[in-house]
Design a protein around this ligand. Sequence first.
Ligand SMILES: *Cc1c(COP(=O)(O)O)cnc(C)c1O
Ligand code: SF4
Length: 437
Amino acid sequence: MIYTNSQQALANKIDDKPQLSNWKDWKWQLKHHIRNLEQFEYLTGIRFSDEERAQLEATFAKFPLSITPYYLSLIDKKNYKNDPVFKQAFGAVEELTTLPSELADPLSEDKDSPVEGITHRYPDRVLFHVSNVCAMYCRHCTRKRKVGDIDFVPSKEQLRKGIDYIKQTPQVRDVLLSGGDPLMLPDEKLDWLLSEISQIPHVEIIRLGTRMPVVLPYRVTDKLVSILKKYQPLWINTHFNHPNEITASSREALAKLADGGFPLGNQSVLLADVNDCPRIMKSLLHKLVQNRVRPYYLYQCDLSEGLSHFRTPIGKGIEIMESLIGHTSGFARPTYVIDAPGGGGKIPVMPNYIISWSTNKVVLRNYEGVITTYQEPDSYELKNCDRNCSECTLELNIDGVDENEAIGIEKLLSDSCDTISLIPENNERLQRRDIND
Ligand SMILES: *Cc1c(COP(=O)(O)O)cnc(C)c1O
Ligand code: SF4
């Protein structure tokens, strides 16, 4: 079942001596990835007009094409124009449109990069870009300008810079390997990298973000699982966007990872004309949980160059969240986030559930529209926390618990700090005060 008739036909076209085993060999898949229009037309039988071809060639010159034979085999050739797999894999001329609000590096990952390969944005965790290549180049990729620009797998010396930064930065307890796709690294290098990171005493967990279960599920071999197993606790996040991507092969890959003992998560991107529909999204989420994958994030599409045709209004995401909260299992719904342009990090957004508030009651609404009240306790004693934890009646085991300063809004809420406001830089009113002082 894993090998379908259309996959067989494709394998025959790609390789003179196709063997059943080849199709499921991830290296064979990578070697035969589809990189240009001619190959695409030959293998799918889809034909474009001369005018379309010229525009598509220009698109691929700017953002390269790369599709695995496996992912190509999922395209519905008869109705390719509406096909979610086609839209994620194959370029559209709209990619050449750049809007004034779009940026090459919308999340300022470069500015928050202390050393090559590392983005250190949050206090206790880093993003480590360990490869610049992916099995497939998603057309909606945030790192579109980088991924595939020059196919590049960093050497051990280059990776060493990131490892050294983590070693020297004791607050980093969570290392997120990303890319490109970290599973593009050969097994030996991945083994080495994980072993280096896991030996750093302050690193508590490693996370791996990969789209392999979606675009090249055969990458999840028994050997890979046995390597990864050595580095528990290892969390794995994948990137399914549409229920059509859940196939017999991807289920098998997910089962191997779940059986390997890795907690699995999924990050989807909300994409116009791909999954911007509450029913499609719900169907995807249900399939994910059936395969032991916990939906983690639903991303609002970033302001990267060439993605305007994929972007939806934020209202679409809120509408989808409204259709999920209360309507389906709590663990089947992701957190909808906007990654703040300029590098502010992920900001969760939700429909509003609090309708009003008094000193002793909160008025809330539920998913059905029922309006209800929650009576606040009269007995709650206000605690003034001076962060003198050793004197506190709540028993925090101080040993091994890091002392950290409250930052941001948390700081405004804390009793132990006298900051009363956060003021934007160059606030004119306060500059006037300075002059008058
Ligand atoms: C998303 C992201 C992380 C991880 O964030 P979580 O909310 O913990 O999943 C870390 N660093 C950067 C730069 C990120 O973009
Ligand atoms: S797998 Fe991820 S990093 Fe690679 S092209 Fe797709 S979205 Fe971009």
